[in-house]
Design a protein around this ligand. Sequence first.
Ligand SMILES: [Zn+2]
Length: 110
Amino acid sequence: MAIARNIVNIAIAAAEKEGAKRITKVNVVAGELRGIIPAQLIFCFGLMAENTIASGAYLDLEITPVMGKCRKCDEPFMVKDYRYVCPKCQGEDIQTLSGTELRVKDIEVE
Ligand SMILES: [Zn+2]
């Protein structure tokens, strides 16, 4: 719910800066580690957007995978199913490179 509110607020602020009257689409990038359930977020976004210029806007959600890097051999790799193990050396000292981001990529207005 808080995430949906943030997205709506960011989108409205951006639209107002452009002098837009209505937001038609909001493109959001979210890391897999955020644990976002798309249907739930889209539903909450719809509620939060009611009675604002974002009302009825389409929320496009792009989930980005988790990327890790082995601290032992520097191998970057995609983390699947929360398995933080290096595919090259089997090391378990992994740095998370991405997967926690959450941002409004852009918006479409009219
Ligand atoms: Zn490694």
